[in-house]
Design a protein around this ligand. Structure first.
Ligand SMILES: [Ca+2]
Length: 427
């Protein structure tokens, strides 16, 4: 499944080894010559060039319980956290002493019935107001579309935060009347200072994901004032890439590469390397393979496909129009939503897989072998966020109508925030 990268083929690793040998040679020459040379002081290799990644220590601790389908968790400059709930639309403040209070409501999220995936989803902040004051962007599903709200996010400087000046930042992200799924919904400010939005096909398959004129089935890139960046791939379009089925995670590594998580249909979930203007293949491809619709997937029981369905593990797709994933894995092991980059590691929080995948970034566009942590221990995981103290905070999604965990998702203890310490691992 994984494209494995042998450590010794990594240029960064080779550079370190060769560099150490050269330094060693110089030191040996210096100490062995007849000229009295000062003994070189042994200096540690700077952290930045030591190949390393992070992984959990395993000593997880529950911080907050009583949440319901939390979707996003982010930290504010004063060290407090914001978390939102998909179905209630609540935006909650988590104080440093772990008290929970309400900052606001998006207020118009439709009630979620079984198997829906929309609602109040991603959030991100940007200091784009005068005096570096903050704005809060919130992704929201309405009955007719997916959209992004923008608020002024104000603080009194004494720990209190409030929302003001609510406006619709972007609307009209396609959403079919009957489908409640594949909304995507992650928001992030990229290293380029733009707002990035991950979307799904809104249940419309190729009609959105293979159409550059549609926003659904894409990742969008938007200026913070709501205009289209001049260097987007198509003129006057927010669309950065196409061919996505349902992407709920985005993270940039230290090389500036954007990695995303993608929910596949039945056979392959994906990690993609997102590059300008590319098409990631849905619904022509699932994982590395050709995807052919199964009649069981149609809402119409009388539907007969033109071609017989084939499982997505029969025929590899080799078509240069479509960019394959970098990693693909079975949904039972994955169904990953959030992904974040922490010191040499991509860390992905997985729903059905109920685990964290840690994927070392070995070099530019090179991933190492994924390692799994906490499998089944906390149920469904929605997102992992780096905390100011260097630990990782996880949010669960056991009350999202997908079968839950200890009591079918009805136990208030089921959805919570968990703190996980991280340790650095050197190659
Ligand atoms: Ca794909």
């Amino acid at each position: 499944m994984a494209k494995k990268e042998e450590r010794r083929t990594d240029p960064l690793f080779e550079f370190i080894v060769v560099g150490s040998l050269i330094l060693g040679g110089v030191f040996a020459f210096g100490s062995g010559s007849s000229v009295a040379a000062p003994v070189p002081e042994e200096k540690p290799i700077p952290e930045i060039v030591r190949p390393s990644y992070v992984e959990p220590t395993g000593q997880a601790k529950t911080l907050v319980t009583g949440l319901r389908a939390p979707w996003e968790l982010l930290f504010l400059p004063d060290g407090q956290a914001l978390v939102d709930e998909r179905d209630s639309g609540s935006i909650l403040l988590i104080s440093k002493d772990l008290k929970v209070s309400k900052v606001g409501f998006t207020n118009t999220a439709p009630l979620c019935k079984k198997f829906c995936e929309g609602g109040t989803l991603g959030m991100t902040i940007a200091a784009d107001r005068p005096d570096s004051k903050l704005s809060l962007f919130v992704f929201q599903t309405t009955n007719s579309d997916n959209r992004i709200l923008k608020y002024d996010l104000n603080t009194d400087g004494a720990g209190s935060w409030t929302l003001a000046n609510k406006r619709v930042f972007i609307k009209g992200i396609e959403r079919s009347g009957k489908s409640t799924t594949h909304n995507g919904g992650r928001l992030a400010i990229g290293p380029d200072g733009k707002l990035w939005v991950s979307l799904g096909d809104s249940g419309m398959k190729g009609a959105t994901s293979q159409n550059w004129g549609k926003r659904a089935g894409s990742i969008l890139r938007i200026n913070l004032d709501g205009s289209v960046p001049a260097d987007n791939p198509k003129e006057n379009s927010f669309v950065w890439v196409k061919g996505l089925r349902d992407t709920q995670g985005m993270a940039w590594d230290n090389f500036g590469n954007l990695w995303s998580t993608e929910f596949g249909q039945d056979t392959w979930d994906e990690i993609n390397l997102i590059e300008k203007g590319k098409n990631y293949g849905w619904p022509i491809a699932e994982g590395f393979y050709k995807f052919v619709e199964s009649p069981l997937e149609s809402d119409d029981p009388t539907f007969k496909p033109d071609v017989p369905p084939i499982a997505s593990n029969v025929e590899k797709l080799n078509d240069s129009r479509y960019t394959p994933p970098v990693l693909a894995w079975n949904p039972a092991e994955a169904a990953c939503s959030g992904i974040t980059f922490v010191k040499g590691s991509l860390i992905s929080a997985c729903l059905r897989g109920g685990k964290l995948w840690i994927i070392p970034v070995l070099g530019n566009k090179k991933l190492g072998e994924p390692k799994e942590f906490f499998k089944g221990r906390f149920g469904r995981l929605r997102e992992a966020t780096l905390a100011p103290d260097g630990s990782l905070w996880l949010i669960t999604s056991n009350r999202d109508g997908r079968g839950g965990w200890s009591s079918g998702g009805e136990n208030p203890q089921d959805d919570r925030i968990i703190r996980v310490p991280l340790k650095t691992v050197y190659y």
